[in-house]
Write a protein that binds this ligand. Structure first.
Ligand SMILES: [Zn+2]
Length: 348
């Protein structure tokens, strides 16, 4: 089958993830082979998001794909994500349309709320007189911008070439008649979508390090259910924005990607730290997402950790370190369990 993905990229995915997938023959062989008793030598990769669509290479038929694949950025490229992984096109497009676009809006809104110079916020404006009666009908798309001196500028016609007759007439009239007020309605960012976008990115960070052991674990399965809206995640995503509790310049000392949360001791779990950027203003913040441990109580444990974090006003005494010891890159295929054992044993 023809594919627009370079062979080297498919090859590197086989190389990195197939040994991990091969530990789960009962989960994937029947997706590719009619008779699972006659299996020829092969390499395979399954979409980490749905675990149904796949790419396979075998001597008798060459390279085959059950569906189109494309490279997916995690976190999305629009907020500064740069890591990429092959995901089937359906999963890639669904996530983009259903929730990932909300992240860009969220970053714009945080940048604006923090008063970062040249932040922009779109709104709807109504033109009223002092008694609250509409002077002209309608609600107009408006852009609010934070200027160099910190003042906000409201532009009732973000596209100045647009002809909006009533509005144009009123703008002219408003230069002499000051009996008006402008009421602005700012759209609220859908936090459920934002949280799903973060969770998907965190899931892909875990898959990137631990491969299919993570994807097939109860945690992996449950996260996919959360993304489909079937169940709820046990804690907030992101659990916190790091910049809200540390100095901006200290952000560069924070380990990014999949990490151990080592301290406080009663909060031990995995944490994915993601640096996000609002590209218009350059505003950056780190969103941290907690990931459950692989034990039977992993999911419930996160609820307790969330309570502890909420009850301590200061996020002081947090200690984090990269998960680098047991990953598929190092040919370890039970890294999710091994990393957890290490975290528990190192600190007890
Ligand atoms: Zn998929």
């Amino acid at each position: 089958m023809d594919t627009c993905i370079p062979k080297e990229i498919i090859g590197s995915h086989f190389n990195q993830y197939y040994p991990s997938l091969s530990k789960f023959p009962q989960n994937y062989l029947q997706l590719f082979f009619r008779d699972v008793n006659i299996i020829e030598r092969h390499l395979a990769y399954l979409c980490p998001m749905c675990l149904r669509e796949g790419i396979i290479c075998a001597p008798s038929f060459g390279l085959g794909m059950s569906s189109e694949f494309s490279l997916d950025h995690f976190p999305p490229e629009s907020v500064g994500g740069f890591l990429k992984i092959l995901v089937c096109k359906k999963c890639n497009n669904d996530a983009g349309g259903l929730f990932e676009n909300s992240l860009k809006k969220k970053m714009e809104s945080i940048s604006f709320d923090n008063g970062i110079i040249s932040s922009q916020q779109m709104a709807k404006a109504e033109i009223l007189d002092q008694s609250g009666k509409k002077i002209i009908p309608g609600r107009y798309t408006t852009k609010i911008t934070i200027g160099d001196d910190g003042t906000t500028e409201i532009s009732l016609k973000p596209k100045s070439n647009d002809k909006i007759e009533l509005l144009d007439k009123w703008i002219e009239q408003s230069k002499t008649d000051l009996n008006y007020k402008i009421e602005l309605t700012v759209p609220i960012v859908d936090e459920i979508k934002v949280s799903k976008a973060f969770l998907k990115a965190a899931y892909l960070f875990c898959f990137h390090s631990w491969g299919y052991e993570f994807a097939y674990s109860p945690t992996g399965e449950n996260i996919r259910k959360v993304l489909k809206g079937e169940i709820e995640y046990p804690c907030k995503t992101p659990t916190f924005w790091l910049r809200d509790s540390i100095e901006a310049e200290n952000m560069k000392f924070t380990p990014l990607g999949l990490c151990y949360l080592q301290k406080p001791l009663d909060c031990r779990c995995f944490i994915v730290n993601m640096m996000l950027e609002e590209k218009g203003t350059g505003y950056k913040n780190i969103a941290s997402v907690l990931v459950p441990n692989p034990t039977l109580t992993g999911w419930e444990d996160l609820k307790k950790i969330q309570e502890i974090i909420d009850s301590r006003i200061e996020l002081m005494g947090i200690s984090m370190a990269h998960v680098i010891d047991f990953t598929v890159q190092d040919r370890v295929f039970d890294g999710y369990s091994k990393s957890w054992e290490k975290l528990i044993n190192d600190n007890s």
